[in-house]
Design a protein around this ligand. Structure first.
Ligand code: 6GU
Length: 244
């Protein structure tokens, strides 16, 4: 997969070099290219922003530099994504869909955003990473590159990508433990030491449903609950009401 990132701060992306994503970039499974929007300013002061028409606070990124930066990388097939708090909130199913693309172009906005004509002419998707405001789109872009990149075949070790499919099926993961068996007065649950894999899977699924019910009950609405799941959930609700 090829990813072009249009940004005023290419240096920020050095954070990506240190992870599994960095290795995928070294191995050319992911090819990430940074385009400095300022290089496409034709202003003698290299300006990339200006006052908003109609007044109001802050500055708006001018269309010209972004347009020329886009034309320098876009080609025919690219999917153009603009990172903005005004976008659709990013999730795992959007990551899976974007991971199918051969070529992504990510536009990182700053200030009060970009001139709307860039959105009208070029942008396929507007994406936000959550309901809060960042100072720019760079960190949000890195979130996309990391979460989409790990779904590209060959980026994760085989075993982990398999885990991804079989366990992160729309609910939160079960609790994990490693050695030592006793730590600060707390023991690893006996079942995990039992060697009974059927029981372990059942325990993990129960814990996953419980964590999801407590922390993200909204996820259960789009999760396909089996008959057994419904029974388990009633048990969980029962238990929790007794704890109160
Ligand atoms: Cl994509 N950009 C900015 N500036 N703030 C955000 C965001 C994006 N997503 C959440 N907050």
């Amino acid at each position: 997969m090829k990813i072009d990132i249009l940004t005023l701060f290419p240096e920020m992306f050095s954070a990506l070099e240190h992870s599994i994503i960095g290795r995928a970039m070294d191995n050319n499974i992911l090819s990430v290219n940074y385009v400095n929007i300022r290089d496409f300013s034709q202003d003698k002061h290299n300006r990339v922003d200006d006052y908003p028409f109609g007044g109001g606070p802050g500055m708006v990124m001018k269309p010209g530099p972004i347009d020329r930066a886009l034309e320098s990388v876009k080609g025919e097939d690219a999917r153009v994504v603009y990172l903005t708090p005004k976008g659709k909130v990013f999730n795992h199913s959007m990551a899976k869909e974007l991971a199918q693309e051969d070529h992504l172009v990510l536009i990182c906005g700053h200030y009060e955003g970009i001139d709307n004509r860039i959105i009208e002419n070029y942008v396929d998707d507007m994406i936000s990473i959550g309901d809060y405001v960042l100072t720019g789109g760079e960190i949000a872009s890195m979130v996309l590159v990391d979460s989409i990149g790990r779904l590209v075949p060959g980026v994760l070790p085989k075993e982990e990508s398999y885990m991804e499919e079989s366990h992160y099926g729309g609910i939160l993961e079960y609790p994990q433990y490693t050695r030592p068996r006793e730590y600060n007065g707390l023991s690893v649950p006996d079942i995990l030491l039992s060697g009974n894999h059927k029981k372990i899977d059942q325990w993990r699924h129960y814990q996953a449903l419980k964590n999801t019910y407590i922390t993200r009950p909204d996820l259960l609405e789009s999760y396909k609950l089996t008959k057994e799941d419904k029974i388990i959930l009633n048990k969980i609700k029962d238990e929790l009401s007794k704890e109160k």
